[in-house]
Structure formats: C-alpha cells, structure tokens
Write a protein that binds this ligand. Structure first.
Ligand code: ADP
Ligand code: MG
Length: 321
C-alpha cells in the first residue's frame, strides 16, 4: 500500500455534513462557515514515547488523539465540526491503522465531526490533529474573564488519568475492581463538549485540564489577573482513587496529575442556580472547589482554613511516558 492507497482506504470517509463542500482528496478542504459565526481552531500533537507509550493500544490512541483536541473546543464552549489529521507512521501496518481509525472515527461520528483532510508521512510515530468548531459571534469561554468572588468549579473527578499512568508504570497498586476504570480514564478521556456548550452563557472563564489542576488554573489566574484559592478537601476524588491511595496522595494527583481532560471554569455567585440548571442535562458531575480573589496571580491551597502544601510522594509524578 502506498501513501495514496492508505489515504483513500482509511482516511477518506463520506460525511453527512452538508457544510463539507470538499473533503479529503483535493488540494484543500472547502468548508461552509455559517454567517455570524466564529471559527474556533485548535491543534495538538501526540508523539510516541513522549505523550504515549509506543505500544499503546492503537484504538485508544485514535480516540485519545481526537479527544484531547475536542477537549480544547469544549473548553472554549464551541460546537465541533471538522477535523484534519496529520499522521507520521514508521511503517504500513494495516492492522494498526485499522484499529487507530476505529478509535478515531467512533469518537468523530459520536460528535458528528467530519475528517476533511490531513497529511500522511513516513517517520517516527506522531499524530497531529487540528479541530475546527463554531461559536456564535461574541461568544467563547476565554481564560481571561474570571472576576473577584467567582466560584471555581471542575467537572468529573480529578487525578484518575494520572492514577492510570502510575498503575501502568507499576508504581501504584490499584485494587482489581477499579483497574479498568482508571485505565479507561487514562486511555479514553471524554471531551466535555456538552458541558462547554452549556457554560457558554454562564461561565466567566474556562479551560480544560491537560497538565494538572494547579498548573492549569494558574493560566486562568494570570490571564484574569486574580488569585485562586482551592479547598483541597473539596477536590472530587473517584472511588478508585480513594480505594488506591491516601487522601493526601489523592489530592496531590488531583492537583498535579495530567491528562484528565475535565473542564475547570469560574462562575459568578449570582449564577450559581442557573449553573445547576444548565448542567443538569449534561449527565456530568461538577464540583465547586474554591473561589477567585484579588491579588497576585497564583493558586493557593487551603485545608481547614490553613495554607496547605503538596508533599511530594515517592512516585515520579512528573515523569511523562
Ligand atoms: P498535497 O500533496 O496536496 O498536500 P497529499 O498527497 O498530502 O496532498 O494529500 C492528498 C489529499 O489527501 C489531501 O486532500 C489531504 O487533505 C488528504 N489526506 C492526506 N492524509 C490524510 C489523512 N491522514 N487524513 C485525511 N485526509 C488526508
Ligand atoms: Mg500533503
């Protein structure tokens, strides 16, 4: 199979979207952008040995490569529409490509995102995905909009992907009953698209959690010129986390572990009730974990009214795979 056969056979899929005037196969994709619409565009690259284990299950990899990009659209509150895929493969392994596509297209079809183009090259395994979404003019959940007094919220539970990584590395023994849950959280993150859309008119700022809450929330602090205070005992920890490690270790993973792809956002106290209503149909749990204050942009941790410090645990949590 040469490059063109691979593209034709695996990466050219008819889409039901009427706004795809030209998909893969010509010099450019042609996409009909509705009037009075903002285009939201985001790119992420996953490199073998850096962002994922070289022997990662290709179906999970196909899912994750798209999921981490869709997560950025979610964090902006955008509606996902189109995606392009630049893939560098060390060899033509059709079984591998087929499985990769199964993971990729299952997720793209779920959100009705059309693969409209890309690039296929030979070299060390690497995957670059660019997603395109739309937003009504004037909308978009920026990092810079947080206000003094806003509550800080996160979706889902935190640190589970990091727990999955530590399990894979053999650093933490997760009880059998919870092993699949944490492996899935690590390999099959779910972009919080519905939540992002529901937050469009409510949240003052938002981002997705890719590098760990403490570091990611600091981006909101800097962009908004505010200080964030987190009550560590409010951090949502999964049953799997609580069954595997101590509470303090769980807080540390929740604050510093990457790859969760949950949303972190701020909402004015005035809109607290509206937030409950808006998110009730999304089927995703969300938790208030702190508040924004004026002051030096910084993330402060508190526990029972006192400053709290993360104790570095014995495992190497900064290690990427
Ligand atoms: P060009 O030489 O014009 O860059 P290519 O030979 O790289 O064209 O690609 C041919 C067509 O196939 C283009 O429309 C491109 O968008 C599409 N394509 C290439 N690789 C992929 C891929 N992995 N997924 C989807 N479309 C692809
Ligand atoms: Mg090309």
């Amino acid at each position: 199979m040469n490059e063109f056969d691979i593209i034709k056979h695996y990466f050219t899929k008819a889409s039901h979207r009427k706004d795809v005037i030209m998909g893969p196969g010509d010099d450019c994709a042609l996409l009909q952008v509705p009037a009075n619409t903002l285009l939201a565009v985001s790119t992420d690259t996953l490199v073998s040995g850096v962002h994922f284990f070289a022997d990662m299950d290709p179906t999970a990899l196909g899912h994750k490569a798209l999921a981490v990009n869709l997560s950025d659209l979610a964090a902006m509150g955008a509606d996902p529409c189109w995606v392009s895929l630049a893939i560098t493969l060390p060899e033509v392994d059709e079984v591998w490509i087929k499985q990769f596509c199964a993971g990729f297209f299952e997720l793209s079809e779920y959100y009705n995102v059309a693969l409209v183009g890309g690039d296929t090259t030979k070299g060390p395994l690497s995957i670059t995905v660019t997603v395109h979404g739309t937003l009504p003019l004037g909308k978009g959940l920026l990092r810079s909009g947080a206000q003094v007094g806003d509550g800080i919220y996160v979706t889902g539970t935190l640190g589970d992907a990091a727990l999955g990584l530590q399990q894979a590395l053999g650093n933490i023994q997760v009880p059998k009953a919870h092993q699949e849950f944490v492996r899935n959280k690590f390999e099959y993150p779910h972009p919080r698209i519905l939540v992002g859309q529901a937050l469009r008119d409510i949240a003052t700022s938002a981002l997705d959690l890719s590098d760990g809450l403490a570091g990611d929330l600091a981006h909101i602090c800097r962009a908004s010129g505010l200080r964030a205070q987190i009550e560590v005992d409010q951090l949502p920890l999964s049953d799997a986390m609580q069954a595997s490690i101590s509470q303090e270790q769980g807080w540390e993973l929740a604050l510093t572990g990457g790859d969760d792809y949950e949303l972190c956002f701020t909402v004015s106290e005035l809109h607290r009730g509206q937030l409950e209503t808006a998110l009730s149909h999304c089927g995703v749990k969300f938790t208030r974990i702190g508040r924004m204050f004026s002051g030096e942009p910084n993330v402060e941790l508190v526990h029972e009214g006192k400053p709290y410090q993360i104790v570095n645990q014995s495992w190497d949590h900064f290690r990427k795979v």
